[in-house]
Design a protein around this ligand. Sequence first.
Ligand SMILES: [Zn+2]
Length: 625
Amino acid sequence: MPLLRLPDTSKSKTSNRQACESQITTRTDSFRKADKTKILSSARTLSREPLQQQIKDKHKLLSETARRRGFFWGSFEIYGGLSGFLDLGPLGVGLKRQIEDTWRQFFLQRHGFVEVSTPIITPHKVLEASGHVENFKDPMTECSNCKRRFRADQLVKEATGLETEGMSLEQLGALLKERHVKCPECGGELGPPQYFMTMFKTSIGPYGEDPAYGRPEAAQGIFVNFRRILETMRERFPIGIAQVGTVLRNEISPRQGPIRLREFTIMDFELFFDPAEPDCPYLDEVISEELSIVTEETRSKGTENATKIKVGEAVKRQVIKAPWAAYFMALSKRFLTQLGVDGQHQRFFEKLPSERAHYSAQTFDHEIELDRWGWTEVAGFAYRTDYDLRKHMEATGEDLRVFKPCSTPRLRKIKSIKPNHQNLRKIYQEQTGRIADLISKDDPEKLLTAKKAGQSVKIGSYDIPSDCFDVVEEEVKETGTRFLPHVVEPSFGVERLLYATLEYNLKMKEDRLILGLPFKLAPVQASVFPLVNKDGLQKRATEVYEALIADGLRVEYDEAGSIGRRYARADEAGVPLGITIDYDTLKDDTVTVRDRDSWSQMRTHVGTLASTIHTIVKEGFNTPK
Ligand SMILES: [Zn+2]
């Protein structure tokens, strides 16, 4: 869940409002209306600018394209928008699904890890036990003039360039004063920082008697179900349990469009392992993968230089404490590469102890470089130790430990307490059962000492005479031990991954914009076009389209506009293949298959079209000789 940490806004190249950022707050209607008009007119003028010019501001271009083609846009647009919320359109939903499924293949399926789905609404007592009620908060400052509220740490960071995570309210307040930081909206005086709880609060039932929150991470749903899932998996261990779902964080003043959301999708998974056997059996597969890491040590010296280090070395030198974390970090690098983000634009950023979430013993943020926001966190790797299970065990009294059988059962001598019911009854009468129960749970050594000395023993508020109990030595057969697992948690923010995937695949060819999505990720794999809308071409094209759908391919049908315009539209929507039905199709049943990236074409028979597409998705488009 470490997505709770922020990308550095001070790295922003500009703080101008952008079309897609919809950072509209409710109290600023008239102000924003003017803003919106400007956005709309600039959207119109944008298309007249030469494309080379437009691609210089990738965020702006991407936001325009995403809106036009139906990937994403700010939510509640027709009501003026609301910052921190994002709508996904048809292609956005399709791409999100592909990213999630690719993630499942990378991290879950090949390891036999499992997935669960638990409620978003979470009772107070669960999040109190997990430490979120106490710790999930951000420092906030309010403008004394316009009453808008801001993240105090972000304002200080922007003004000073200092790392502000972990600073106290007093430190932040002093820095705001010292550097004369004023309200970014109206220039008014800022009040003293105070904490604001960033979980969305609600209550369950008609009388509001049961306080609850929107979950800020999907992980707690996994921890509270750990025992049950382990049982359904027949105690297989180590075990990975995942959850993909919506989480809510009531950010104070999100100003980064699709990057900082109040509601987003998280892909959390928890790998539970025995702390006595911390090795990861898959580590060899990634041992020579090179990671760029900005270590805690480097950062404590005041620099952010990344060290290039092989995974094997990082584990050996304890740069990464948990081998499982090291393995998942290497996989994560490969996963991001598959989405189109090459290794040189990726790094792992270790959090300082003061910056880590309350449950973590070591945290790395997986960051990638985004055009607008610089290094931005897209995933986090937290070593949560046994923190969460321990807290839930303490709060509920449920035993969440895992049984570990030993190879040969051991015989062990134990002392146990036998209450003497007959003697107890003489003194305590009807209370005998309860007191016998109390006695039997007490410390055998203490009672043995009292017994030998012939003295009474104090248990609770009772003085129990020594003839009311015996302490006997017994031999028991032990078939195993119980331990509380440790947890390594990789956690990914899906909307950020979606945005990064779009940005890294945005390309120019001649004067055309191409969304070069990898074939496997493209929400639509092929568009079917009749060359013209007459002479039976539409009918044949519809048949081809339906046959491909029936074959399980993700296909769309498009007959609107000239064929050139349809190709251009498909290129921009990231559709890898264009299938054109022309007059030859009616004669010899062949169609043209056009490649989005090279624009080269091949002719193939309708009967083998589906298998040709499957091959291209797997191996790429090979221009026929
Ligand atoms: Zn103000």
